[in-house]
Structures are given as C-alpha cells and as structure tokens.
Design a protein around this ligand. Structure first.
Ligand code: SF4
Ligand code: FES
Length: 235
C-alpha cells in the first residue's frame, strides 16, 4: 500500500493501481470514454484528467494511465482539472458532433451541445473493441492501423482481419458509439460485413452462437464441438 493525498484526504491506495482505480474505490467520480476496468488503459480520450503533484510540481495527467506513488498528491476537481476535461470534451464534440456518447459526455462537462435530429455512429478511436478482441477474446481480429513510428498518426483507424474474427460480437457489445453493428438474420450473424453461420441449440433450437466461435472454444479448451451446442439457457 502507498499513502497518498486525494482532494485533501490522506488515504491508503493499492500499490501499482492507477489514480482512476483509486478514485473509483473512494467513490470519486471521474469521466471516462476509453477506459474499461477489465482492459489495459489506453489514454486516448483525456477526459479523465486530474492534477498530480510529484517532486513538488503540480501537473495534469490522465488518471487512467497514471499509477499512484508514495506521497503523491492528487486533485480531481480543481478549476484546472475541470477546464482540461472540458477542452478534451470540446475537441471530441468538434470531431464527432453527431455521436451521442460524445454529446452526452460533453453535456455533462458543461459544453454547449445544440439539439440535433438523427445520430451518427462514428468510430471515436477509443480502442475498446481492439483491446477486448486482443486481451479478452484473444483472436486479434481488430487492430489499429496507421499507428506507430513513421505512420500517418492523424488518420488512425481500426483494421479488421476477417480471417481471424470468430463473430463473437464482443466488440459490438463494448463499442460506446454503436459504430460496430451486429445483425442477426435467422441462421446468419453479420458483423464487420462478415457473415457467420449460426449454430442452433440442440435442446431449444434457437440459433445462439457462430460456428466459428464454438470451433475456437473447442480448440482452446479441448471440449468437443458436440458438447458445446447447448445454449446457456438450456444448460
Ligand atoms: S469501433 Fe467503437 S469500440 Fe472500436 S475504437 Fe471505434 S468507437 Fe471505440
Ligand atoms: S479514460 Fe483516461 S484517457 Fe480516456
């Protein structure tokens, strides 16, 4: 454990935890858009800004990627913090003015958001889908393109590998904007424009999982396909 001071309160925090995790344990609200507790932090949206004092100097930091260290002082609600979060929200809103997830967080942070009819489901490059695919599912079907040394950093995008995708739909579930859509039509599931054959439950007959996903689970676990064809409701 380390001792820190957060918003004037002296508290113990878990070593190697982040400022955001510590704040959440203390029920201190910090806005986020690219963070998920089960995924590695990414530091893309900058909405989670806090002020931290290290070596005698206050500076702004993204709380989701900043580990707590012994003696650290943190402000989560100063004027500087509020201004920084509002600037981040304005930038996002400027870029994605018709995306509800962005509009909502911008509103919450005091940005004037005019009424608008209709909605766009844009990719805000939060990276949640790619991290879920890589870190939780483990198939690496989604990755950032145009990131890294020598690349055009202005135009990153999510690259889909149809050969790796198993159609599990985790990316659609985690995407905050609805950009990743998943459609189910009878025995077909369509995601990222790839069509997957669905398997019916051997008890109730409901199409419940893509064949590719069950095959992947079978290969990973050694459980035969024939034992995986019962849906969760009938198990
Ligand atoms: S597709 Fe959705 S989850 Fe993936 S980076 Fe874009 S907004 Fe985030
Ligand atoms: S939640 Fe920390 S940068 Fe997005």
């Amino acid at each position: 454990m380390v001792t820190i001071v957060i918003d004037g309160r002296k508290v113990k925090a878990k070593e190697a935890s982040t400022v955001l995790e510590t704040a959440r344990e203390l029920n201190i609200a910090i806005p986020t858009l690219c963070y998920h507790k089960d995924l590695s932090p990414f530091g893309a949206c900058r909405l989670c800004a806090v002020e931290v004092k290290t070596n005698g100097t206050w500076h702004l930091a993204a709380s989701c990627v900043t580990p707590v260290v012994e003696g650290m002082e943190i402000k989560t609600d100063s004027d500087t913090v509020r201004e920084s979060r509002q600037i981040a929200a304005k930038l996002l809103f400027h870029r994605y003015p018709e995306t509800e997830a962005v509009r909502q967080v911008a509103r919450e942070l005091g940005v004037t958001v005019p009424e608008r009819k209709g909605e766009k489901h844009e990719c805000i490059l939060c990276g949640l889908c790619a991290r879920t695919c890589n870190e939780i599912v483990g198939v690496k079907a989604l990755n950032f393109e145009d990131r890294g040394v020598g690349r055009d950093v202005e135009t990153p995008r999510i690259k889909f590998d149809p050969n790796a995708c198993i159609g599990c739909g985790s990316c659609a579930f985690v995407c905050p904007t609805g950009y990743v859509s998943m459609e189910q039509k009878g025995d077909k599931r369509i995601i990222w424009d790839k069509v997957f054959k669905m398997v019916p439950c051997s008890v109730c007959g409901r199409y419940f999982a893509p064949e590719d996903q069950l095959r992947y689970i079978s290969e990973k676990t050694g459980v035969p396909m024939s034992e995986l064809t019962v849906c969760t409701s009938c198990r």
